[in-house]
Ligand binder design. Structure first.
Ligand SMILES: [Zn+2]
Length: 246
């Protein structure tokens, strides 16, 4: 799904933990770089390749992967891409880096008995999930920080958006006026919502309100949510309303 010439939203089917859905990694490129934002799971790579072919941007030219946060459905596809392409820089926020690198256990699975949660899945599916949780560690080459501007595709601004994970980031692509929100926000009907809002403490919601207000500084025509796709129905207003609802 093309927004303007140098950004495309990929549509990748994904089956994970018994649930089938679609994920929407984003690609941004210029004459020198091709940047993939989030990379799906271990079997997503051929699908990413196909979708990039359709978009007219070469998979082989990916030289940078930006990770919005540590969750397995965002990072487990990275190693198969690196195996194929070798020279790929991985960028992530400092606070999620130890989880992505496998130095700390991914927070989503820290206090839960993962085997109990997946015992209704087929043996094959269970093995796939356990393998991803236990064997995925990705070396982060570059730490990202709030407000940093990356020189790709005419400029991408990093916005630190803690909540879903401590080091979650959103990315603002200046040329297309697109805000890539990872799992920080999702689309429900014609509204934007905070992901897992019901599970957030008052303190966490205060922090989220802070970054939602900060989004107001950007002229946003498109919001791209990793699990729900493109939202372009007056995002600035909808973000403002969401922030007021907290
Ligand atoms: Zn996710």
């Amino acid at each position: 799904m093309k927004i303007v010439d140098n950004i495309d939203i990929l549509e990748i089917p994904m089956k994970l933990m018994g649930t089938t859905g679609t994920i929407y990694p984003t690609v941004i490129w210029d004459d020198e770089h091709v940047v993939l934002i989030d990379a799906g799971i271990s079997d997503s790579m051929p699908l990413i390749k196909d979708e990039m072919d359709k978009a007219g941007v070469s998979f082989d030219k990916i030289d940078t992967i930006i990770v919005t946060h540590q969750d397995i459905d965002h990072i487990c596809g990275i190693n198969s891409i690196i195996d194929e392409l070798h020279d790929v820089n991985v960028l992530a926020h400092t606070l999620d880096k130890p989880y992505i690198q496998g130095e700390k256990q991914i927070l989503r699975f820290k206090n839960s008995n993962i085997r109990e949660r997946i015992n209704m899945l087929s043996d094959d599916e269970q093995r796939k999930v356990l393998d991803m949780i236990e064997n995925t560690s990705v070396k982060v080459d570059e730490d990202l920080a709030d407000d940093e501007e990356l020189d790709y595709g005419g400029g991408i601004v990093v916005i630190h958006t803690p909540g879903h994970t401590p080091g979650h980031i959103c990315l603002y692509h200046k040329e297309s006026k697109s805000l890539i929100v990872g799992d920080a926000l999702n689309i429900e009907g014609d509204e934007l919502v905070v992901t897992h809002r019901e599970a957030m403490s008052k303190k966490e919601l205060e922090i989220i309100k802070g970054w939602l207000e900060k989004f107001g500084e950007f002229d946003i025509e498109n919001v791209i949510a990793y699990h729900t796709g493109l939202f372009n129905d007056n995002p600035n207003l909808k973000i403002k309303e969401l922030s007021h609802s907290i």
